[in-house]
Write a protein that binds this ligand. Structure first.
Ligand code: FAD
Length: 466
């Protein structure tokens, strides 16, 4: 039987990054993945394919709606070839997952294809292509998550679908009903809206992106309404019924009235749940929480001392970069180091256009905590670069401690915010004050100038360009 210092179950961004770091630290490492491709949800049916389709649909929208104003004329009709678009997405996925195969080889990590299940706290049985058993001193559970559903909805995966099917549709829906106004529903909703579908977003809470700063929700809602999305907040879905090619969704509004929506596709994007099916965690004595997560302490260690868990299968934000940080953290912990993760500084990003990104505390959280804070906000439309690029929507909002001026949260919506948020994370990692940011030179003309201007606005209302 093969013996390892560390065996990792699951090859998503948590698992494969943990494997690389373990190997870098000199540990003999194995990774077990039930699918034939590595990379987990993120690379196969999550982050990467959704961004590929967002990019393609963005190009289409630019070509059909914005080229003309730039003086670019295309003779004849511009058409979508959905099969080709989905094919390109798959090629991007294949190239990316192939890259993980290369990284596993480069780092001498043994890859086993099959379902990994515990026999006991140090032995894993593998069922599938590479069937067998391995022994490991340390085991990392990185089995990720699966889409959640509402108890009364039958997902037929043809017309009542999850994000996984929405990434490989064979036709452009006439009317896609999206249940859930969170990140995944909004991103995929925008893909199909750009391609010409009517899109209705039904959200139970009183705003989309309910966990982000309310100012961001409000601005994105405004932009989506301008793009003719039907935005239905405060609607509680009661039933989803399929009749041939039609899907009928009934939802109760704030007044208690039942509203009916008829579409040809319904995307159910109501969140994700931790995945431990087939893991046989009981055999190792590993405890799960009531919510089905693997229970871990502050070292991401389970109740069994040589077994750790990371990523979507444990508490915290279900994000690829959070899983990656945890992968590195556990590898270094096993190697005897003392790593650290500041969960307050894990950024959240929505890759719609405009992009939405945030780090630190929201204004709602600060209010609830009774914190004494101040706000500096700056609109992108006041920037030369935004006008030159034609991307005028959105703003940067900085929240800082009223007394010390330390930055407590940075929230932004606008062009390129997914990348701009890295500056906010850096500043907060070094515990910058708003004054610190306001005194850093930002290249002109850039979208990043909005961060400097918002910091100036937060410190004695000194923004220069409004
Ligand atoms: P996963 O990526 O879910 O990987 C777990 C792996 O474990 C899977 O490959 C699974 O097959 C395998 N596995 C499970 N059980 C076993 C077993 N018993 N034996 C062997 N293998 C097993 N996050 C972002 O940060 N940015 C984004 O832009 C983003 N976009 C997303 C878009 C969509 C449509 C979706 C669905 C998700 C998106 N996410 C995004 C979330 C992101 O994909 C997850 O947070 C991330 O993949 C979690 O990584 P993980 O390693 O914990 O688990």
């Amino acid at each position: 039987m093969s013996q390892y210092d560390v065996a990792i179950i699951g090859s998503g961004p948590g698992g494969y990054v943990a494997a690389i770091r373990c190997a870098q630290l000199g540990m003999k490492t194995a990774i077990i993945e039930k699918y034939s491709t590595l990379g987990g949800t993120c690379l196969n049916v999550g982050c990467i394919p959704s961004k590929a389709l967002l990019a393609s649909s963005h190009h289409y929208e630019e070509a059909t709606k914005h080229f003309e104003e730039h003086g670019i004329e295309i003779p004849g009709d511009i058409k979508v070839n959905l099969e080709k678009m989905i094919g390109r997405k798959q090629a991007v996925v294949d190239q990316t997952t192939g890259g993980i195969d290369f990284l596993m080889k480069k780092n001498n990590i043994d890859v086993f294809e099959g379902i990994g299940s515990f026999k006991d706290a140090t032995h894993i049985k593998i069922e599938g292509k590479d069937a067998g058993e391995i022994e490991a001193k340390n085991i990392i559970i990185a089995t990720g998550s699966k889409p959640s559903n509402l108890p009364f909805i039958t997902l037929d995966k043809e017309r009542v679908i999850t994000s996984t099917e929405a990434l490989k549709l064979k036709e452009i829906p006439k009317h896609m009903i999206v249940i859930g106004g969170g990140v995944i529903g909004l991103e995929l909703g925008q893909v199909y809206r750009r391609l010409g579908s009517e899109v209705t977003v039904i959200e139970y809470m009183d705003r989309i992106l309910p966990t982000m700063d309310a100012a961001l929700s409000k601005e994105l809602n405004k932009v989506f309404k301008k793009a003719k999305f039907n935005m239905m907040v405060s609607h509680k879905v009661q039933s989803v019924e399929r009749k041939g090619k039609e899907v009928i969704v009934k939802a109760e509004n704030k007044k208690g009235e039942v509203v009916e929506f008829k579409g040809d596709y319904c995307l159910v994007s109501v969140g994700r749940k931790p995945y431990t099916d087939g893991l046989n965690a009981e055999a190792a004595g590993v405890k799960l929480t009531d919510r089905g997560q693997v229970e871990v302490n502050e070292h991401l260690q389970t109740n069994v001392s040589n077994i750790y868990a990371i990523g979507d299968v444990v508490k915290g934000a279900m994000l690829a970069h959070k899983a990656e940080e945890e992968g590195v953290f556990v590898a270094e912990t096993i190697a005897g180091q003392k790593p650290h993760i500041d969960y307050n500084l894990i950024p959240g990003v929505v890759y719609t256009w405009p992009e939405v990104a945030a780090v630190g505390k929201t204004e709602e959280e600060l209010k609830e905590a009774g914190a004494d804070y101040k706000v500096g906000q700056f609109p992108f439309r006041a920037l030369g670069r935004a006008r030159a690029g034609g991307d005028l929507d959105g703003f940067v909002k900085i929240l800082a401690d009223k007394k010390t001026d330390e930055v407590l949260g940075i929230h932004m919506i606008g062009a390129r915010c997914a990348d701009l948020i890295a500056e906010a994370v850096t500043a907060m990692e070094f515990r910058a004050s708003a004054e610190d940011i306001s005194r850093m030179s930002h290249a002109h003309p850039t979208y990043a100038e909005a961060i400097k201007e918002a910091a100036l606005a937060a410190t004695e209302d000194r923004a220069l360009h409004v």
